[in-house]
Design a protein around this ligand. Sequence first.
Ligand code: PSU
Ligand code: MN
Length: 305
Amino acid sequence: MLKKYLEIKPEVKKALDEGRPVVALESTIISHGMPYPRNVETALRVEEIIRENGAIPATIAILKGKLKVGLTEEEIEYLGKAENVIKTSRRDIPFIVARKQDGATTVASTMIIAALAGIKVFTTGGIGGVHRGAETSFDISADLQELANTNVAVVCAGAKSILDIGLTLEYLETMGVPVVGFGTEEMPAFYTRRSGFNVDYRVDDPQELALAIKSKWDLGLNGGVVVANPIPEEYAMDYDIINKSIEDALKEAEEKGIKGKETTPFLLAKVKDITKGESLDANIQLVYNNARLGAKLAVELAQLR
Ligand code: PSU
Ligand code: MN
């Protein structure tokens, strides 16, 4: 049944069958998170970094209605350039599939498809969360509900302060999702290493992390894990500059009446313009840093089987 929907790239399939480490990657970051051509350059370099660190990359997307696990270079290039690719979260999957459309997967839908393929580790830039003002807008990313239910560890650089980081952490606590700081006690805020909020657990090496994740799933405690990996110091942005930029972007989103699934891409693009591209450079570096950690985690998990 699943075969009808799922298309796993042969290299990825072989690695999974042999119990070798595989790391999933999302595609909304390519189509809606970064401008062309840096989105494509980044997506290709991330795959290389995962290989350099001992794992097989599997970028996930929906192409002509097929759930694709592992893309070719041409497919990544296509997603980076095409303008009709639909940002696809959990609710969208059935329609994109049935209509045989192209969909770029968010954290939520990438987790779903990774889990269907048997991939345990997924690396990205930032997760969605509870938006600022959610008490009136109700804007809470479906990523959080997916983390509550689906057994995939997500390596990210924390949550961006376009979100309400405190409320995002509260939501994750309620849903029983562990938030782990890699080498830090403080929740990183994507462009910066600090947020003023603590993580639940600090771990300092990938093996320790793999042991905790394996224990979680062995015990039937379903759901994901947020691995929050701070941006390397040398690429981190100035706390005040980035927060001012985010404030301005949020104001403009409000004035323009941006809502729903448009919000996150709009804010990312605005912050990039306001910072004259500096935020994009930081974004790319933190994605690379997460890929390195994700590959190491996948290697450790594969050894624990
Ligand atoms: N954060 C980023 N870059 C991104 C996203 C989030 O720094 O590209 C994307 C991810 O795909 C994430 C999605 O899953 O935005 C969340 O969108 P929403 O807030 O509409 O759930
Ligand atoms: Mn939303």
